[in-house]
Design a protein around this ligand. Structure first.
Ligand code: BGC
Length: 765
């Protein structure tokens, strides 16, 4: 664990947790765990064993009634291994009490939740978080989430979601870290460390669950739950890395994905779960299915529930989320001989190990200290952390005439459907959020400029013209539709704009435009909002666009017509203040894109680390080129590339060099570049290094991110940033899936984004 983080946690975040069991650190501890579980399993009936493999939904119970609820009765009968998404320490404690005191063996429950980007203190959506490129901040965000969730009784989070995706039509891109395997792997590690802390020793450290294994982000056409089909070469080099990194960092559980892998649903894919995850990566935690995915096997066109359950168990999946296939059919399989007792025992052991590692056998109420819930959730320290982190995630896409930052003076028109909504600030998958506690952007602005400037507000338009579509993207209590006509709303907005010196347009997607089952085929600003934007621009006043989005959106028209664009994603519970901080220049924006922003939907998938083709377009000539790989209408490159983002200051790169140009088998080359802040305010820059393997035994990407550093520079200050290149950084999985570095010519590149790069050659001997 990163020492800096421990320091911070100890000072402001950690409660002194009761020391208890943890992920075994040595053979003796492991032997003690094994002996304990062997003894316990010796007492269990088959039904009790199958109960441990069962993860039913909780249907969020009410305190005191747990025993009467379906889940309470099932827990008392020993038919439940865990449940999830219950909010409230008292409710959870009551359910745990039933498990411990009323079931025959008193085995405690796993209590999960989708704590994806925070609990009540909500951090930006994971895609936004990744744009900070700040591993310490990301680790701390997971740490805060663990402190809060554990204080509310949760001991297991269904996070990190590490699915690489290059398709912004897919709404779940919001939950991941974008398109790059290297950056995604660093983030996966940071999040596991943040959640699991000191190996689950303390009562504010919760078990991570890496998901969705595997390849879920490659759903065809960006339609959620759709088919995935890809080569092993691509799996290993581009999609597997973040899962592997999370496992390597010690993630205690893994969730399978809904999609097919090689024609077989991931949940019952033995090659994937048993061979890759367990044997190749030495994963020794447990595997849970995604929601109902064993039941979906038949719908995919394979076996019915009993056979799918047997096959999933045999593949190495241990816990059944909501299909009731394990508890309902494995016994029958045992009688028929399609299921083996030792396979059931293997899964049961893994679930019990997880409970042991969490310390639940020592103290089943380890996570049920109801007092902590009052003192450790949504604290000022957590909120300050979320606010500071959110400000690092916004990406300044354009700032003509340096309209931003704005002065806190005069009259500012704040217009747009996202300007006055608290419920839309946190973003998708904020299960434990309490919208009543969060500020709207309007409140954030008003607080910040009080006594100095005037904020004139008008909503201007609805999110979508079609009420049914607006309802769909405003799920989970986020509905805010205005019953006025478009013309009435526009008229009000123009009145306000006419009075103002400058216009800030808070627009874009609603919270549930992204997330699960939120695929879009059109990624432009919804038409009603675009009409509002056109009218605002026609006033001739300066316009700043704040683009709310859970994915890269299509911004070609805006990039030509709107002078300043700040992409603010969904910034969490403190988003309003964080956006205000950046708009008025108290914080200098530093976020950089982790997913390419396409010209239009027809360009998807577009990503920086692509192969070259045999007929690449000549980059010196932007015109269409016959018999080259290109489009008639648009360039090959995205509108805004991976790694791109502006600042209120300017950075100059110089003196890019290598200390030598030949790399030996055990040697290293140091690449260095000097970065200077040439502007007049302090700022953070994310310095990026890429590598190209020029002639491999297989086609290699035109560039791959291999190193980055986030640095802070005062005006006039410069710093030299180094990248130590070792043969390890040059390795890839070859045709035989061996991880090798092949001798030959390479190039290393350095710069502020994946396009503006200086390049130098070197050779691996
Ligand atoms: C999602 C998972 C989530 C699970 C439990 C599923 O629908 O795909 O990401 O963890 O539900 O809520």
């Amino acid at each position: 664990m990163n020492k800096k983080i421990i320091g911070l946690a100890a000072a402001s975040l950690l409660v002194s947790g009761a020391a208890s069991a943890a992920i075994p650190a040595n053979d003796a501890e492991k032997a003690r765990m094994d002996a304990f579980i062997t003894e316990l399993m010796g007492k269990m009936t088959l039904d009790e064993k199958l109960g441990q493999l069962n993860l039913p939904p909780s249907d969020d119970i009410v305190t005191g009634q747990a025993i009467d609820s379906n889940i309470g009765a099932a827990v008392a009968a020993g038919k439940v291994g865990g449940t999830f998404n219950i909010k409230g320490a008292a409710k959870i404690r009551e359910l745990q009490r039933i498990a411990v005191e009323e079931s025959r063996l008193g085995i405690p429950l796993l209590l999960g939740m989708d704590v994806i980007h925070g609990y009540e203190t909500v951090f930006p959506i994971p895609l936004a978080l990744s744009c900070s490129w700040d591993m310490d901040a990301i680790e701390r965000s997971a740490r805060v989430a663990a402190v809060e969730a554990s204080a509310a009784g949760v001991n297991w989070t269904f996070s990190p979601m590490v699915d690489i995706s290059r398709d912004p039509r897919w709404g779940r891109m919001a939950e991941g870290a974008g398109e790059d395997p290297y950056l995604g792997s660093q983030i996966a590690r940071a999040m596991v460390r943040g959640y699991q802390g000191d190996n689950l020793r303390n009562n504010d450290e919760i078990m991570a669950c890496v998901k969705h294994f595997a390849l879920y982000g490659a759903s065809e056409a960006g339609r959620d739950y759709n088919t995935v089909d890809m080569s092993r070469y691509r799996m290993y080099n581009e999609y597997f890395e973040p899962y592997r990194a999370a496992v390597d960092e010690g993630a205690a559980s893994v969730m399978t994905s809904f999609n097919l892998v090689d024609g077989i649903p991931a949940t019952e894919n033995k090659w994937l779960v048993d061979d890759v995850l367990r044997r190749q990566w030495n994963f020794d935690g447990f595997v849970v299915t995604d929601y109902g995915s064993i039941g979906e096997v038949a719908v995919h066109g394979l076996e019915k529930l009993p056979e799918a359950s047997a096959r999933a168990l045999d593949a190495g999946t241990d816990m059944d989320m909501c299909s009731f296939g394990f508890i309902g059919t494995l016994k029958e399989g045992l009688d028929k001989g399609t299921v083996k007792m030792e396979t059931i025992d293997r899964a049961v052991r893994r679930i019990l190990e997880a409970k042991y590692k969490l310390g639940l056998f020592e103290n089943p109420y380890k996570y049920n200290d109801v007092k902590r819930e009052k003192t450790h959730i949504y604290t000022p320290e957590h909120r300050a952390e979320a606010r500071a982190t959110a400000a690092k995630t916004f990406v300044l896409l354009k700032n003509d005439g340096k309209i931003l930052p704005m002065a806190k003076k005069g009259k500012i028109a704040l217009v747009g459907p996202m300007a006055n909504t608290a419920a839309n600030m946190p973003g998708t998958w904020s299960v434990a959020a309490d919208f009543s506690k969060y500020k709207t952007l309007r409140q954030g602005f008003e607080d910040a400029v009080k006594g100095r400037a005037e904020i004139l507000y008008a909503k201007g338009s609805n999110i979508e013209e079609d009420p049914a579509l607006e309802a769909a993207v405003s799920a989970f209590g986020r509905d805010m539709r205005d019953s006025r006509s478009e013309a009435e709303m526009l008229e009000e907005a123009l009145k306000v704009a006419a009075e103002a010196d400058v216009i800030v347009a808070a627009m874009g997607e609603a919270s549930e435009h992204s997330g699960e089952s939120s695929s879009r085929s059109v990624l432009t600003l919804p038409a009603t909002q675009k009409r509002l934007m056109e009218a605002l621009l026609a006033t001739g006043k300066p316009v700043v666009m704040l683009n709310f989005s859970g994915r890269p959106t299509v911004m070609e028209w805006e990039s030509k017509n709107v002078p300043a664009i700040l992409n603010v994603w969904f910034g969490g519970s403190e988003a309003a203040d964080a956006i205000t901080d950046v708009v008025f220049g108290d914080v200098n924006p530093s976020g950089k894109l982790t997913a390419s922003m396409p010209y239009n939907e027809g360009q998807i998938p577009v990503y920086y680390n692509h192969f070259n083709t045999g007929r690449p377009k000549n980059p010196a000539n932007p015109a269409y080129q016959k018999f080259s790989s290109n489009y008639f209408e648009i360039p090959n490159k995205p509108l805004y590339p991976f790694g791109y983002g502006l600042s209120y200051t300017d950075f100059e790169y110089s003196d890019f060099k290598l200390d030598k140009d030949t790399l030996g088998k055990d040697g290293a080359i140091t690449a260095s570049v000097t970065v200077r802040n040439t502007g007049d305010r302090s700022g953070d820059e994310i310095v990026q290094f890429y590598i190209r393997d020029v002639a491999g035994s297989m086609a290699r990407p035109v560039k791959e991110l291999k190193h980055f550093e986030r640095i802070s520079l005062a005006p006039g200050e410069s710093r030299t940033v180094n990248f130590r290149i070792t043969p390890e950084a040059l390795k890839f999985y070859n045709y035989n899936l061996d991880f090798v570095a092949e001798p030959g010519e390479f190039r290393v590149m350095a710069g502020p984004d994946s396009e503006r790069l200086s390049e130098l050659p070197f050779t691996l001997d």
